[in-house]
Write a protein that binds this ligand. Structure first.
Ligand SMILES: O=P(O)(O)OC[C@@]1(O)O[C@H](CO)[C@@H](O)[C@@H]1O
Length: 393
């Protein structure tokens, strides 16, 4: 029995704060980062007003993407107050409307294709934190393969804290706490034969994508994957989400680094050329729906992967279902729909939680009442389907 979907209607709840604190802060950052025209600023202001006090207006049928938003992705939420609709659906649509407000999708518009979050992504990629990430790879040069896999999985996991949307209204505390669920051993076991394709469903650009790329280079270089497929967004999404342009910028940054990181960057550059590294930007990665509703072509892609690594909080919500699950509901149960083995690497930045023990939940509730949403905690969870089981291999 599925638990109720998470909405934003509770004024004391996390989602409500996203609409009433995070989004206004984001719009102020956007207006400070671009010389928007009065029309663009007015469109942003109107959108913010609509989301906070109005009801959800559909896209005009001739708008770019309307065939999906008013078709396959429509779940009957238009006309509802934004905060009464499912949080995942409503916020995904909010970012489509934001892109519309600044002209990102305008077929002949001068702002077509200008990433509204580009300045933030560029600044982060050029920053000292990325220099430190790249330099730290030299420390792993003499590590054993499994030790290196472990270290790079943790780097990719904690890289997920680098999420501007989250950081607009949250403190970035140091990572590296004990994980609330740590199934790295099961994850490494799925990589051991090394013969298959690893699908890495990326999340954010910059400080999250750099460790993702270093992990991909390691999996390819150490024979833990015959191919890595990097799934990215077809266009900007929830602020920091990585697009192909972000992958190429991060790759150039990595290849230009000295030492082990530079070698990893060149390995990935060659892997893109020879097909051991592939990029996929399926439209569904920006859909307002959970992965249980993914289209057949994407389902077949994941089904043929030795392992799918799902990065980040939003992908976790879409993988398990953005619902008020009991935090102890088994991860295998809520991911039974997913074809092929899947692992989640996620810092906890929203309400949904699954696959935790009762004692862990009790300890977290006692020690840190905001544990679900403050980004201070993280998990690595794995579901390796048994042949013949639902969603099995
Ligand atoms: O997927 P990410 O980048 O790890 O996190 C995305 C996020 O910042 O945005 C959503 C709320 O706006 C939540 O899923 C989460 O807080």
């Amino acid at each position: 029995m599925a638990a109720p979907e998470i909405t934003s209607s509770d004024p004391d709840g996390f989602p409500y704060g996203v609409w009433h604190e995070r989004h206004p802060a984001l719009f102020e950052r956007l207006k400070g980062a671009f010389p928007f025209s009065s029309a663009q600023r007015a469109a942003l202001d109107a959108l913010l007003e609509e989301t906070r006090h109005g009801s959800m207006e559909p896209l005009p049928d001739d708008a770019p993407g309307a065939a999906l938003w008013n078709g396959a992705w429509d779940r009957g939420h238009y006309g509802k107050r934004w905060t009464d609709a499912p949080f995942l659906w409503a916020e995904s649509y909010f970012y489509r409307r934001l892109r519309g407000a600044v002209g990102y999708h305008a077929p002949e518009g001068a702002w077509r294709g200008i990433d509204p979050f580009g300045p933030f992504k560029d600044a982060e990629l050029a920053g000292d934190a990325v220099d430190e990430q790249l330099a730290s790879l030299d420390e792993l040069d003499r590590a054993l393969v499994d030790e290196k896999t472990d270290a790079l999985l943790l780097a990719a996991l904690w890289g997920n804290r680098a999420d501007l949307g989250f950081l607009l209204t949250a403190e970035e505390e140091g990572g590296d706490r004990p994980l609330v669920a740590d199934e790295r051993e099961a994850l490494r076991a799925l990589l051991r034969d090394g013969g298959g394709r690893v699908s890495l469903v990326a999340d954010n650009a910059g400080r999250e994508l750099i460790p993702d790329l270093l992990l991909a280079a390691h999996l390819l270089g150490a024979g833990r994957a015959a191919e890595v497929r990097l799934h990215i967004k077809p266009h900007p999404y929830y602020v920091s989400d990585a697009t192909t342009a972000d992958v190429l910028a991060a790759l150039r940054r990595t290849a230009a680094a000295p030492g082990a990181a530079g070698r990893a960057g060149h390995l990935l550059w060659r892997a893109l050329e020879d097909g051991r590294l592939t990029l996929d930007a399926h439209p569904f990665f920006c859909a307002p729906l959970g992965y249980a509703e993914m289209p057949d072509d994407l389902r077949a892609d994941f089904a043929s992967s030795a392992l799918t690594l799902m990065k980040g909080d939003l992908n976790y919500r879409r993988l398990v279902g953005d619902r008020h699950w009991p935090a102890t509901v088994p991860f295998a149960e809520v991911t039974a729909h997913f074809p092929g083995p899947v692992a989640a690497l996620r810092t906890l930045k929203s309400d949904v939680a699954t696959g935790l023990t009762a004692s862990t939940v009790a300890a977290l509730d006692a020690a840190d009442p905001e544990w679900r949403t403050n980004g201070a905690h993280a998990l690595i969870q794995v579901r390796a389907p048994v042949a013949g089981a639902p969603g099995g291999a």
